[in-house]
Design a protein around this ligand. Structure first.
Ligand code: G3I
Length: 342
């Protein structure tokens, strides 16, 4: 028993041990909205819904507010699942972040094979944004209007059905103008990933944001997804967030998870990876907390429990989340509490 107490006394960061379950809720100690992604289907899981309501104050639909769910093969729209998520958020006093209106990765057939004798492509594009952003007007705190617009290596912007049909820059600017037309109050964010790994991508992302602002597009926030590995070099996350904040816009840590199995360094033990994972969670939270309060949009985890993470599909041995499968806080959760407490 003494040994166990000694281990626990070293503090959760040093071990891969589950930390005391009486850790305060993240949302209780964070001076910023703490979010999590969620699927409508999983709201029926009492353990998950209890953990969500205990720990977070904002939800992001993981996939059911995207075109892949909303747009049917015949071009009609379905909203049952996102409506369920919106209702859950409302019932529990949580903010809702719309994710995402325009994404290169999703161009449903209904758009790709549009009968332009019936409706122009630009009108179909606008109608979609007006319909979806209009439906959740007054329910969402903001939208990831455009997701992942920058090329993988940072050399320019991504090619997509949207850019081909409406123009590389124009389809992006039009999306923000149309989202604002649909919802006069929502924050309108530009969201992307690997910004902490690739300074060139980060620079291109910032240049796109500056060009949008210069064009008068109503861009009002920047989302950095932060799907990282536990062995990311210490300091990279902090550097990235500080640089993203240089435009003066609010910054959203929008999809944070810290993979153990995606780590490049295969010589690190599981315990060392867990230790580093906790330190990475802390660095991300501290970096956002270091920004002026007006620039802290939210801090969103892409999966509260390990079992909820998309990364489990890639590698079942991964354990990227701050809570374990039973919803018990891990060292990452304890590190977040410490970081939020400052
Ligand atoms: O639940 C349905 C199932 O009923 C159906 O049989 C099956 C086959 O179609 O699909 C299942 O839904 C899948 C859903 O994940 C839930 O697992 C969708 O096909 C699949 O496309 C969806 O993948 C999501 C992916 O984005 C694409 O939308 C992931 O959950 C989600 O974690 C991932 O999230 C993205 C962010 O939006 C953007 N940043 C990167 C991040 C990770 O890729």
């Amino acid at each position: 028993m003494a040994g166990a107490l000694a281990v626990a006394a070293c503090g959760p960061k040093a071990q891969g041990q589950p930390v005391p379950a009486d850790l305060p809720p993240l949302k209780a100690v964070a001076p910023v909205r703490v979010g999590a992604c969620v699927q409508a289907l999983h709201l029926g899981d009492p353990a998950l819904s209890a953990l969500l309501t205990r720990e977070v104050s904002q939800l992001t639909p993981e996939w059911e507010m995207k075109m892949e769910y909303v747009v049917q093969p015949d071009g009609s729209f379905r909203f049952d699942a996102p409506d369920r998520i919106a209702a859950f958020a409302r019932a529990h006093g949580m903010a809702l972040l719309g994710h995402t209106l325009v994404w290169y990765a999703q161009a449903p057939d209904a758009f790709a094979r549009l009968d332009e004798g019936r409706i122009s492509f630009v009108d179909a594009y606008r109608n979609y944004i007006l319909a979806v952003a209009g439906r959740y007007r007054g329910q969402v705190v903001g939208w990831d209007v455009v997701n992942e617009a920058v090329a993988e290596d940072g050399d320019g912007w991504r090619d997509s059905l949207w850019s081909q049909r409406l123009g590389a820059f124009e389809h992006i600017a039009l999306a923000y103008r149309t989202a604002r037309e649909a919802d006069p109050h929502a924050a309108l964010l530009l969201n992307d990933y690997n910004l902490e790994y690739y300074p060139r991508k980060r620079a291109t992302f910032l240049k796109l944001a500056e060009r949008l602002l210069a064009s008068g597009a109503p861009l009002t926030g920047l989302g950095t997804q932060m799907h990282v590995a536990a062995d990311i070099a210490p300091g990279e996350i902090g550097r990235s967030i500080r640089e993203l904040a240089s435009l003066g816009l609010p910054v959203h840590v929008s999809e944070l998870d810290v993979s153990l199995t995606r780590s490049q360094n295969k010589l690190l033990s599981r315990d060392e990876l867990r230790r580093r994972q906790a330190a990475v969670y802390a660095e991300a939270a501290e970096a956002l907390m270091d920004l002026p309060a007006s620039q802290r949009f939210a801090f969103t985890l892409w999966g509260l429990r390990d079992q909820d993470s998309w990364l489990k599909k890639e590698n079942a041995a991964d354990a990227p989340a701050p809570f374990d499968d039973a919803g018990r806080p891990k060292a990452g959760a304890a590190a977040l509490v410490e970081a939020f407490r400052g």
